[in-house]
Structures are given as structure tokens and as C-alpha cells.
Design a protein around this ligand. Structure first.
Ligand code: HEM
Length: 408
């Protein structure tokens, strides 16, 4: 009986000593920042989860107030100082931050691997696959996907219907990277209006990641629950979990089983990441299906999301600026800028090919552009939410255009 009143007292004493430790005794106590952020991660939770991906903007404000190094939560400092780059990415052992390991529900992927040595072991077989030579060897696949995209654009020209460039580029990037990862694509470019892409599950992973970062039990709990219950309670988390399960339309597991059992067909014309990993020197525990599934999720997400975002931003500036458009058509200048939105580095040839709606190898005159009529503005690509993956305003309908046949 005497224990009951003692419990709240013990708990209160624990909270007080934790607060004293965090404010005055922690190894990072002397760094500037808001006291609330030093006291508790609920500060971060409020900006990341309650306000939906606003912490990055708030951190920028904190730097303006406190200087180049700011304490943003009880355990972390944030640096806004380009000289720190060499320290962070310089030679020597740097373990990643263990707390982030289960943020994306892929704890055994290289991205989430905190231990330096394990990270080196897992990353080593991937490095040669991203050499310039290997990517150059892969060009025919990229061109083949580009042809499909251009044919789809021709269809929009003929119908005069508007379409979303960012969805098209997500489908394009997805079909390219899945072919590199699995030797076959999901043919998202073929889907009507590019409706089927990995955009939704990856954005869900990204946003839920802010919650998972705060509550480490989230994914273990959700993974243990039946799928129908997760779907009912948390449709967003359901999308994330589906990536790791043997399920259509993602079915990464089914593809991996076929590769591991030797029943899948490898394309002899180019290297394929998962076949190389399975054949390579990784120890057996690193080649287990669940680990490879997580690596595949990472590679597809990492290959797809930043590339399609970067191309969509470039596309918006191209279609809204006749000047940039004409520079590109003339093959000049890789850098374009629109006032107030910073420089946009444009992959010139790619930009030309995608935006012309035509494959430059064909016999038609590439100097005669189709006429892009933007139905969109800069707010459709301006960073409005940082869910780890960047997001424009949530009610954006995408980077939309109609394309008219060019006058000859
Ligand atoms: C515009 C294009 C891209 C941008 C801006 C970009 C940016 C980044 C950044 C900032 C990181 C984190 C680096 C760090 O942890 O210090 C990263 C990691 C990674 N990216 Fe990219 N990326 C792009 C394209 C790609 C592509 C096409 C792939 C191909 C699959 C890829 C695969 C990866 C992988 C596997 C990692 C994890 C590396 C590791 O943890 O060691 N990325 N990327």
C-alpha cells in the first residue's frame, strides 16, 4: 500500500533529474537553442508531426536567432556551416545516428545501417554498380523508357488533354530504377495518366517516418498487427507496410524469391543490382530475402524520389519560362533561374528529350517544339513540407500542362 503514493513521487523525481541532466549536464548542454527543444523531443514532434513537416523551416529560423550550431532536441545539434561539411563527410569512421535506423521501416538497408563497418560491408557491392561506366551501359534502357514517355506525350498532344509532368516523371524514374534493381519494371509509364506509381507509398513512408522517429515501437507494433486492421486504423502506414510484404502491386518479395531460386530471367544486356548482390561476396545472412527486400525498397525509393522531384522542378521552370525553354532547345546553358526560386540545375539533354515530347534520334525536326501551355505555377514545386522527402503544398494537383502541336 505504501508503494502507491511513492510511484508518482519517483516518476516526478525522475522527470526533474532528466530535465536537470538535459539542461545542464548533457555533453551538448552548452550549445545554444530553445530550452524546450533541449528538454524534450515533443518540441520536434510538434513541428514535424502536428504541423506536418515544418521543422526544417523552424530550424532555419533558429539558426538566424542562435547562430550556425543549434541544439534542436535533447540529443541532436544542427549545423548550418559549410566548413563542417569536410568534418562530416571526411575520411575516418563515422557511425550514423542509431535513432534514425527504423525511421523508414527498412532498418537493414544501407541507408539505415548505423554501424560504420556494417555499412561499409553492405555498401561495397553496390558501389561499382553506380560507376559512370555502368550507368552509361544502362543508357539503352533509359532511352527505351523515354521512348514510351514520348509516345504517351504524343497522345496528350493529339487529345489536347492536360497531364501532370511530375507523375509522368515519377513513372519514368520508377520504371528506370526498378529495371536496374530487378531486371523488369512495373510499367508505370503505361498506366493511364500515370496513375500507378510509387509516389503514394513512398510519400506515406516519408511522412510516417516523422512519427516513427519519435516512437520506435511504431513499426514493430504495426508489423505485428493483421494487415486489415492496419488498413482500417492507419491507411497511410498500411501503404508503407505493403512495400515490405508479398503483395500486389509491389510484390518485391515475389521478385526476390524468383531471383534467389534461379527461376527469374535476368536481362543479359545490362547489370541488375539484385542479381549482382545475390551473386556477390556478401555473407549469407546479408543475402536473406527480408534484408534484400529492404535494400530493394531503399534503392527504388532513393533512385526514384529525388530524381523525379529534381526533374519536376526543372520541368516547371522550363514550361513557365520561354527563355529557359528556348535556351534548352538551342542546347545552351545548364543553369536556369527564376526570380525568387533559386537556381535550377537542368540535366540539359534529358530536359530537352523529355520536354520536346520527341526522341531526338528520329527524323523529325527537333528544332520545332511542341507548345507547352502550363496549368501550373511555382507553388506546385515550392518546398512546403519536409517529410524527409520534399513535398509541395498538399493540395497541389501537380505540375500540369497541355501540349499543342507546334506550328510548322
Ligand atoms: C537528384 C538526385 C538525387 C539526390 C539529390 C540524392 C540525394 C541523396 C542524399 C542527400 C542522400 C543522403 C546522403 C547521406 O546520408 O549523407 C542520398 C543517399 C542515397 N542515395 Fe541518393 N540522391 C539522388 C539520386 C539517387 C539515385 C538515382 C540513386 C540510385 C538508386 C540514389 C541512391 C541513394 C542511396 C542508395 C543512398 C543511401 C546511401 C548510404 O546510406 O550510404 N540516389 N541521396
Amino acid at each position: 500500500m505504501t508503494f502507491v503514493p511513492a510511484r508518482p513521487f519517483v516518476f516526478a523525481a525522475y522527470l526533474v533529474s532528466l530535465a536537470i541532466y538535459r539542461l545542464y549536464c548533457s555533453p551538448i548542454a552548452q550549445f545554444p537553442g530553445p530550452k524546450l527543444a533541449a528538454l524534450s523531443r515533443w518540441y520536434e514532434f510538434y513541428h514535424e508531426v502536428a504541423l506536418r513537416g515544418q521543422f526544417t523551416f523552424h530550424i532555419a529560423e533558429l539558426h538566424r536567432k542562435y547562430g550556425p550550431i543549434v541544439r534542436i532536441n535533447p540529443q541532436e545539434l544542427h549545423a548550418s556551416d559549410s566548413e563542417f561539411w569536410d568534418t562530416l563527410y571526411g575520411p575516418g569512421r563515422v557511425d550514423k545516428y542509431d535513432d534514425c535506423s527504423n525511421r523508414l521501416n527498412i532498418p537493414r538497408s544501407i541507408f539505415s545501417t548505423a554501424d560504420y563497418n556494417l555499412h561499409v560491408l553492405r555498401k561495397a557491392p553496390l558501389l561499382p554498380l553506380f560507376s559512370k561506366k555502368r550507368i552509361a551501359d544502362f543508357q539503352p534502357v533509359i532511352r527505351e523508357k523515354l521512348d514510351i514517355l514520348c509516345t504517351k506525350i504524343d497522345g496528350y498532344v493529339a487529345s489536347g488533354r492536360p497531364w501532370a509532368i511530375n507523375r509522368a516523371l515519377t513513372a519514368f524514374s520508377g520504371d528506370v530504377i526498378t529495371t536496374y534493381v530487378f531486371s523488369e519494371s512495373y510499367q508505370h509509364l503505361e498506366s493511364p495518366d500515370f496513375n500507378e506509381t510509387f509516389h503514394e507509398p513512398f510519400m506515406a513512408t516519408s511522412e510516417v517516418g516523422h512519427v516513427a522517429l519519435q516512437f520506435k515501437w511504431l513499426y514493430p507494433l504495426m508489423n505485428a498487427l493483421p494487415a486489415w486492421l492496419v488498413l482500417k486504423m492507419q491507411p497511410q502506414i498500411f501503404l508503407v507496410l505493403q512495400l515490405g510484404k508479398d503483395s500486389i502491386p509491389t510484390d518485391f518479395d515475389a521478385k526476390l524469391k524468383a531471383i534467389l531460386s534461379g527461376t527469374a530471367k535476368e536481362n543479359p544486356d545490362h547489370p541488375t543490382i539484385l542479381y549482382e548482390l545475390v551473386r556477390g561476396d556478401l555473407p549469407p545472412q546479408e543475402k536473406q530475402i527480408d534484408r534484400l527486400n529492404e535494400e530493394a525498397q531503399l534503392l527504388v525509393a532513393a533512385g526514384l524520389t529525388p530524381s523525379s522531384w529534381a526533374m519536376s522542378v526543372a520541368a516547371l521552370h522550363i514550361v513557365r519560362s520561354r527563355h529557359i525553354y528556348e535556351q534548352l532547345r538551342a542546347g545552351r546553358g545548364p543553369v536556369a533561374a527564376e526570380q525568387g526560386h533559386g537556381p535550377v540545375v537542368l540535366p540539359v539533354r534529358q530536359g530537352q528529350q523529355v520536354m520536346s515530347g520527341r526522341e531526338p534520334r528520329d527524323s523529325r525536326d527537333p528544332a520545332v517544339p511542341g507548345d507547352f501551355v502550363p496549368q501550373t505555377n511555382a507553388s506546385d514545386v515550392a518546398l512546403a513540407h519536409d517529410f524527409f522527402l520534399p513535398s509541395a503544398r498538399l493540395d497541389s494537383k501537380g505540375v500540369r500542362v497541355t501540349v499543342k502541336e507546334a506550328e510548322k
